[in-house]
Design a protein around this ligand. Structure first.
Ligand code: NAG
Ligand code: NAG
Ligand code: NAG
Ligand code: NAG
Ligand code: NAG
Length: 434
């Protein structure tokens, strides 16, 4: 008798397990009540109602299922919570998802630009993307709506951060207000289109950290940016500009998180330790703080103080206290003003994180020699570099105005050609002049 009961229980357990694992879609007429979930076909992600931290508020979210169970990667109703367990998620005949509370009030709804689905369904994909699509149409181009278009604090493999000029939509990650409130906080991780596009973390309108611009292989952020586990891509054309990354092996779990304090973390799931291991983080040292050394200075984590004026430049503040320690925000200034027409040369500096590109001009078909000529022609041009470092380098990037936020790496990094009055260049060892 006991054995039979045991078998029955096991059977039921198995049945429900299989049932939960089999359901990754929501069709018209179906709904997900608080306590019910969808699980992606490969079992990587789960979608349902949850409460963050010690909060009692209910949100519809997506979290990991196979590893790091419960770690939330996306939230639907970030700004409008459901106060009790009465919430219901459903999809209508037009493919619009909505969350209703117990009083049948709509707490959140999705939006679609197209209304052309024969039979719209919502499906949780194994990438963690929750999509609305026509039942028989798996082409991602035809999705009516997708959660990947509305990132929260987590940038997952396959997501795009950037701007679509055709639809006018901008995708960026935004921090939670705090660990118990997923509403958008003040920090964003986005592509900044001023000058040559660069990836930045912003606090409101201000840049806090600059991952940098794309050099054909990686963001100028540094040597860590090239990683064998995933491949990054930066796409720039007339229709869109975006940054994305993909894992090389689907059994690898990696995520990029912008936490409530504005700190970014790239982590990798370690199966042995059952932990997210951080392998890259912003603001890990002073040099990561945007423009820490001010203008025309390099920052080097290996040195103390970390800031140093570029050759040909002198510290702007005259107080010696500033030079040795605290305030480098004034940065450096030219020892000798530029002569402009005919009297300037370039100093080649290697191993750098290139300066802020918000005041630059770029052209991929111009070579370095031509680039130098262009820079010399314009008196407000302060530096130039190759745009793309592949195949020995090609393309031209010209800087106008002050050079800020430069890091000097101990390995890796790029070349920058800095404009100086020729008389200053002769004082500099290992000079490079034309
Ligand atoms: C849906 O999006 C369109 C265009 O972006 C906008 O005009 C409309 O107000 C949105 N509808 C809802 C319900 O948010
Ligand atoms: C979807 O495909 C199935 C079989 O492949 C077919 O029976 C069904 O009619 C199709 N539905 C639509 C809306 O095209
Ligand atoms: C993917 O990673 C798993 C686990 O580390 C490994 O067993 C497998 O061989 C890898 N597959 C490929 C194609 O590299
Ligand atoms: C880039 O430079 C090439 C060669 O000088 C020129 O033909 C092209 O028009 C330039 N493109 C832009 C966008 O300025
Ligand atoms: C120099 O470049 C700046 C910035 O692109 C531009 O505004 C200015 O007109 C240029 N001057 C000349 C003489 O071409």
């Amino acid at each position: 008798m006991e054995a039979f009961l045991m078998e029955l229980v096991l059977c039921l357990l198995l049945f429900f397990t299989i049932r939960t694992w089999a359901i990754d879609t929501l069709t018209q007429g179906q709904s997900i009540k608080d306590g019910e979930t969808l699980v992606s076909a490969g079992g990587s992600f789960e979608l349902g109602f949850f409460s963050p931290g010690n909060s009692k508020s209910r949100y519809v979210g997506i979290w990991y299922k196979k590893v790091s169970t419960g770690t939330v990667v996306w939230v639907a109703n970030r700004e409008n919570l459901v106060s009790d367990a009465s919430g219901v998620l459903s999809i209508n005949e037009k493919g619009i998802l909505s969350i209703m509370n117990g009083a049948k009030g709509i707490v959140w709804s999705s939006n679609t630009s197209r209304n052309s689905a024969e039979e719209p369904i919502a499906q949780l994909l194994d990438s963690g993307n929750f999509v609305v699509k026509d039942r028989n149409d798996s082409d991602s181009e035809n999705f009516l709506w997708q959660s990947f278009d509305h990132p929260c604090d987590t940038f997952l493999p396959g997501m795009k951060i950037g701007i679509n000029f055709v639809t006018g939509s901008e995708r960026h990650a935004s921090s939670w207000k705090n660990t118990e409130d997923p509403a958008p906080g003040i920090y964003t991780y986005r592509v900044d289109l001023q000058g040559y596009p660069q990836v930045v973390v912003k606090k409101g309108a201000d840049i806090l950290f600059r991952a940098g611009s794309w050099n054909g292989l990686y963001l100028t952020d540094g040597p860590l940016a090239v990683n064998p586990l995933y491949s990054s891509e930066f796409v720039m054309n007339e229709n869109e500009v975006y940054y994305t990354y993909n894992v090389q092996n689907n059994s690898i779990y990696t995520r990029f998180l912008l936490n409530p304090s504005g700190l970014t973390q790239r982590t990798l799931w370690n199966e042995r330790t059952n932990n997210w291991e951080v392998y890259a983080t912003s603001q890990s040292d002073q040099c990561s703080i945007y423009a820490y050394c001010g203008s025309y200075a390099t920052c080097s984590t290996n040195e103390s103080p970390p800031c140093k004026c570029l050759e040909g430049f002198i510290h702007r503040s005259t107080s010696p206290r500033d030079i040795n320690s605290v305030d480098w925000s004034y940065g450096c200034t030219r020892r000798t003003p530029l002569a402009c027409h005919g009297g300037d040369s370039f100093l080649r500096k290697t191993g750098l994180k290139l300066p802020d590109t918000s005041k630059t001009w770029a052209n991929i078909s111009i070579d370095l020699k031509e680039c130098e000529k262009l820079c010399l022609k314009n008196c407000s041009c302060t530096a130039y570099a190759n745009l793309d470092i592949r195949e020995g380098g090609h393309g031209c990037l010209l800087w106008f105005g002050d050079l800020i936020d430069i890091i000097e790496f101990s390995e890796g990094g790029q070349d920058l050609y800095i404009r100086l009055a020729t008389s200053d260049l002769s004082n500099v060892p290992s000079l490079f002049s034309i």
